[in-house]
Design a protein around this ligand. Structure first.
Ligand SMILES: [Fe+2]
Ligand SMILES: [Fe+2]
Length: 134
């Protein structure tokens, strides 16, 4: 397995943790498909799935931030948009044979997400804790 979830990645909101775990599951699936040289079409589908679920997760997170007046909402949202744009760009390029699928791409997707959860998402964790979201 490419990535393994750890409790230390928790943002202390169960629904959000579950969504994060699912995103990592899809990235693991993508990695496995790359490593076992599955058909391009299947890999592109997995990336489309990752893009879709990432958008759903980001929307849920943004709604939560808006609801409780999170002060860093705007900059957080910008980071989300950049990641979604990257996933979609890779998906299009792979579909059009403009880039080869590589191990580095899976690493980029995983590292970005992990870094975002640990450094950016965790910042709202303490904010929501104070503002009693459960
Ligand atoms: Fe986020
Ligand atoms: Fe998140």
């Amino acid at each position: 397995m490419f990535f393994k979830w750890s409790d230390s990645y928790s943002v202390k909101i169960l629904s959000v943790d579950r969504e994060h775990q699912k995103l990592f599951d899809i990235i693991n699936e993508f990695y496995d498909q790359l490593m076992t040289k599955q058909a391009k079409q299947l890999i592109v589908e997995t990336l489309a799935n990752l893009s879709m679920y990432t958008k759903t997760h980001f929307r849920n997170e943004e709604l939560l931030m808006q609801k409780y007046g999170y002060p860093k909402y705007a900059e957080h949202k910008t980071l989300h948009e950049q990641y979604v744009a990257k996933i979609d760009e890779y998906k299009e390029k792979i579909a059009a044979n403009k880039i080869v699928m590589t191990h580095e791409l899976a690493t980029f997707l995983k590292d970005w997400l992990l870094n975002h959860v640990l450094k950016i998402d965790k910042q709202y964790s303490s904010f929501f804790d104070l503002n009693i979201v459960k």
